[in-house]
Design a protein around this ligand. Structure first.
Ligand code: ADP
Ligand code: ASP
Ligand code: MG
Length: 407
């Protein structure tokens, strides 16, 4: 039987009992004759604790050193899981990201995978061939010259999909604390429904709009290389959600899901001289600082000056400020202001390509719930709005109801 790649997230390996539970699940698959490569996250909370500790030492720690620190979390889990498997008589061997041959670019804290070292992939295959379970630390890799990197929050999903691709696995299973991808976060709407199948494109839009059940980049990678995967629970045997290429039936559903992203901040650069090249420079310095800008709004110009507002993720706000403030002074804009306390609600579905009226329906639902919309953006299969964070969950419930997604 073929190779299966399984990934267990933070909650699934949250303590010793859960690590033992994972070991016995892995042993069961192995007993059925499969080869297994298992990717694991840090125990839940560990990555956040490490970040908090770094910030106690220095408010803005160096990204290079942060990566060295954060990689510890996953390294603890691979060793403990290997020991738990040995304890029940299953041969297993652990690999850090670097030992698994994962080479990334050098954008510390959100590095992209470039390739695998073939010699290391061969080594993993050799272990699998000897009947050993290969356990790989998620979320980490190394640069060509050997610096430790991490792959962005939630990055163990990416490690799993990349390893499934590199090893040519028969299937890739993402085990988490929910038994699939739901129409919205079931913690916000308990009546949300499990989606049996969705396309890469929908999963990607939901993930990048804040549905953290999958890391967006991992879905991008899966789409690029055609790696089908299934999201399942590590706590039960329920069938999960299959994420795969689009098929004919999928466009029948207009709205597949509703996402919420609380990790948002709005920046306004006021009094910007309204002349060619200013926006290019502003977004140029942000790009050079690796700040991802999401929505952008420019007001109508009055007396030769204008305001430009844009959103960034909250954890990139300090970087955005550091990059943009000198430019604000240089171009003679009147100010830089930032506001947290906002959130983004998005509706996603490939059926939107062929069905109209979704924006109107969404705005009606938000209006009826008393929410004010601050910014809007649309793509072919997604509509997003920025609202006050305090009312965001109410907004998600209203929109979810409006499109009849509940059970
Ligand atoms: P892991 O540690 O296993 O990677 P995560 O915490 O990253 O798990 O992702 C699982 C969580 O994603 C769930 O507990 C759930 O609250 C959240 N979530 C957000 N949106 C969705 C959705 N549409 N469907 C399922 N879970 C979602
Ligand atoms: N431990 C990392 C994080 O918390 C990676 C992951 O869990 O996927 O973001
Ligand atoms: Mg995750």
């Amino acid at each position: 039987m073929g190779l299966i790649v399984q990934k267990y997230g933070g909650t699934s390996v949250g303590d010793v009992a859960r690590i033992k539970n994972v070991a016995s699940r892995v042993a069961r698959w192995k007993g059925e004759g499969h080869s297994l490569a298992v990717v694991v996250s840090a125990r839940s909370g560990v990555t956040n604790e490490l970040i908090a500790r770094a910030k106690e030492v220095k408010a803005q720690p160096s990204d290079r050193e942060l990566d060295v620190l954060l990689a510890i979390g996953e390294q603890e889990t691979i060793a403990l899981l290997a020991m738990a498997l040995h304890d029940i008589g299953v041969p297993a061997v652990s690999f850090t990201g670097a030992q698994a041959g994962i080479i990334t670019d050098d954008v510390h804290t959100k590095a992209r995978i470039r390739q695998f070292r073939p010699g290391r992939v061969a080594e993993m295959r050799k272990c699998l061939g000897r009947g050993e379970v290969v356990i790989v630390a998620g979320f980490q890799g190394e640069t060509e010259d050997g610096r430790v990197t991490t792959l962005g929050r939630g990055g163990s999903d990416l490690s799993a999909i990349a390893i499934a691709h590199a090893l040519g696995a028969e299937s890739c299973q993402i085990y988490t604390d929910v038994d699939g991808v739901y129409t919205t976060d079931p913690r916000i709407v308990p009546g949300a429904r499990k989606i049996p199948e969705l396309s890469y494109e929908e999963m990607l839009e939901m993930a990048s709009a804040g549905s953290k059940v999958m890391q967006a980049r991992s879905v991008e990678f899966a789409n690029k290389y055609g790696v089908r995967f299934e999201v399942r629970s590590s706590m039960n045997e329920n069938p999960g959600t299959i994420v795969k290429e689009e098929d004919d039936g999928m466009e029948q559903v207009v709205v597949r899901g509703v996402s919420l992203d609380r990790n948002q901040a709005k920046v306004t650069v006021a009094g910007v001289p309204d002349r060619p090249g200013v926006a290019a420079r502003l977004f140029g310095v942000l790009a050079a600082a690796s700040v991802n800008v999401d929505m952008i709004v420019q007001n109508v110009s009055a007396s030769g000056v204008t305001d430009i507002s844009f959103t960034v993720s909250r954890d990139e706000l300090a970087k955005a400020r550091a990059a943009a403030e000198p430019l604000v002074r240089e171009v003679g804009a009147s100010g830089f202001s930032a506001r947290e306390g906002i959130a983004k609600i998005s509706v996603v579905g490939i059926g939107m390509r062929s069905h109209g009226g979704v924006a109107a329906g969404m705005f009606e639902a938000l209006a009826a719930a008393g929410l004010n919309i601050q910014m809007i953006s649309t793509s072919e299969i997604k509509i997003s709005v920025i609202v006050d964070e305090a009312n965001a969950e109410k907004g998600v419930r209203a929109v979810h109801d409006k499109f009849g997604l509940g059970g």
